[in-house]
Design a protein around this ligand. Structure first.
Ligand SMILES: [Zn+2]
Length: 135
């Protein structure tokens, strides 16, 4: 190989490594921000399914290739409805069919955004909620 070609290869390699490092740093920051969410608790506290129970957020933290990750599950302490976090502000509902057959049909296995969850929440039904209240 010509010495000039060799130098070009090094530039390419350096550039690729630099891009990789930037991508990694971006992912790290994104997941770190995700980790900080819900520090004040879940967006709902009352259970929309049974309207009697309280919702409790459970977090399991782990690292994937050094990047901090978290798995979140929200459980009701009265019925056994469970919300699993499947994306950013997106949750999959597992509704207890015995407690609320109508909502079981409507919601079980469905992925809901937090806005949709807030809209069906008993505690916010009468109150107009402000979007992006964390600002
Ligand atoms: Zn419940």
């Amino acid at each position: 190989m010509h010495p000039a070609d060799k130098r070009a290869w090094r530039w390419w390699l350096g550039g690729l490594l630099g891009l990789g490092a930037l991508g990694y740093a971006g992912l790290y920051v994104r997941h770190w921000a995700h980790l900080a969410r819900y520090r004040e608790g879940f967006v709902l506290s009352a259970c929309p399914i049974c309207e009697a129970g309280h919702l409790h957020l459970e977090e399991r933290r782990y690292r994937l290739l050094g990047i901090p990750r978290v798995r979140r599950v929200v459980r009701c302490d009265v019925c056994r409805s469970v919300l699993r976090e499947v994306g950013t502000r997106r949750w999959r509902y597992a509704v207890d069919g015995a407690e609320n057959p109508a909502l079981y049909d409507a919601l079980n296995g469905r992925v809901l955004s937090e806005d949709e969850l807030l809209r069906m929440a008993p505690e916010y039904a009468a109150v107009q909620y402000v979007e992006d209240e964390e600002l």
